[in-house]
Design a protein around this ligand. Structure first.
Ligand code: PLP
Length: 383
């Protein structure tokens, strides 16, 4: 089918909740994508930090193909080995408690909110200005952005918003607080690394009050910043953490990971999902972790991130470079125009998170040559 035919179907039959670029992708490999006319693109968005191991990584394809051919789905009424193995691996490699599986980031956030509220009934959830936690009702209520929330009021009650300020956060947390929820690196609102002092204040406030400190590592986790979990670079350890995006290497899976204290808060019947933790998605996640959770790979993310950040800072028209590892953003005069021209004129996939912010999230398997190629393509746009 041609792009024009797909666009005609979209106009007829697809709810217009997305503004798509006029490109149809038909194939991917590593950091490359191909459109329906055979044109090759360099992908520095990775499906919004999802295909961190590159498109169609052979180990992920093999794991998914083998599992799909053997057993597809049975629900959580039964045991399957991939889900149990993945839970054990995530727990041992992070907070040492237990894991609840979901199908997406927003669902992992919903599970975190339910768990925190059950641990402290009627409790409030404190969130930070500039946060993005997803678009379902609980997750949207935790996402303090007028334009995203206003059309869908009334929201879920019990959410408190604080500025990115340690004293304000500390003052907002008390005996009524069930959880402080934050992204160590805010992604959707333009890649803002939260200051260590803010995370430390959140940790201290939760220790003082018994509230749960929940880190949303849906975008910044899974090696994106150069350590498997972004919080490893801050010295602050949360009580629970949400994961999704890159966890499944391109396949939909999310997770809530807890420490031992919160591990048994949810009891049978409290929460659930038909698809969650299915064997195909869990197999994809195990294969993805095999690729990403490797000290050499993670050290490379830091090196490559530095190379990309340095190159971006040297581009004409770039006013600021922010981020950590391979989670980067640049401030420019007109970000939507730059992202569009990068795609259509230079065949480089990036995205604008706001009027002046372009975000870059290349696959973690990107090479030096590909980084230099992306920088050349961006430089050509300002030439
Ligand atoms: C993408 C994202 C979510 C929502 O994940 P979905 O899978 O789109 O529901 C939540 N939190 C953060 C930090 C994200 O980047």
């Amino acid at each position: 089918m041609t792009l024009a035919e797909l666009q005609a179907i979209e106009r007829e039959a697809v709810i217009p909740s997305y503004a798509r670029f006029p490109v149809e992708f038909v194939r991917g490999e590593g950091c490359r994508l191909w459109d329906d006319e055979g044109n090759e693109y360099l992908d520095f968005l990775a499906g919004i930090s999802v295909t961190s191991v590159g498109h169609c990584h052979p180990d992920v394809v093999a794991a998914v193909s083998a599992q799909a051919a053997r057993l597809d789905h049975v629900t959580n009424l039964f045991y399957t080995a991939p889900a149990m193995r993945l839970a054990q691996r995530l727990s041992r490699r992070s907070l040492g408690g237990k894991v609840y599986f979901a199908n997406s980031g927003a669902e992992a956030i919903e599970a975190a909110i339910k768990l925190a509220r059950k641990a402290r009934p009627q409790g409030e959830i404190v969130v930070v200005e500039g946060a993005f936690h997803g678009r379902t009702y609980g997750a949207l209520s935790a996402t303090p952005q007028e334009s995203r929330q206003a059309p869908f009021a009334p929201l879920v009650p019990g959410f408190v918003v604080v500025p990115r300020d340690p004293a304000a956060l500390d003052a907002a947390v008390g005996q009524r607080t069930a959880a402080v929820l934050l992204e160590p690196v805010q992604g959707e609102t333009g890649v803002h690394v939260l200051p260590d002092a803010l995370l430390e204040a959140a940790r201290a406030a939760c220790d003082r009050t018994g509230a749960a400190l929940v880190f949303d590592e849906i975008q910044c986790g899974m090696g994106r910043t150069g350590t498997l979990w972004a919080h490893e670079q801050t010295g602050v350890v949360p009580d629970a953490m949400t994961l999704a995006k890159a966890l499944g290497g391109g396949f939909p899976i999310g997770a809530l990971v807890t420490n031992p204290r919160l591990a048994d808060v949810l009891a049978p019947g409290d929460h659930g999902s038909t698809f969650a933790g299915g064997p195909v998605a869990a197999s994809a996640a195990l294969a993805t972790l095999d690729v990403i959770d490797d000290p050499g790979r993670l050290a490379r993310v830091v090196e490559l991130g530095q190379r990309l950040a340095d190159g971006l800072a040297a581009l004409p028209g770039v006013r600021e470079v922010r981020g950590r590892g391979l989670m980067l953003a640049v401030e420019v005069a007109d970000a939507p125009a730059l992202a569009r021209r990068a795609l259509l004129e230079q065949r480089l996939v990036v995205n604008a998170t706001g009027p002046t912010t372009v975000r870059l999230l290349p696959p973690l398997v990107v090479s030096e040559a590909e980084i230099d190629d992306a920088l050349r393509r961006l430089a050509a746009l300002s030439a």
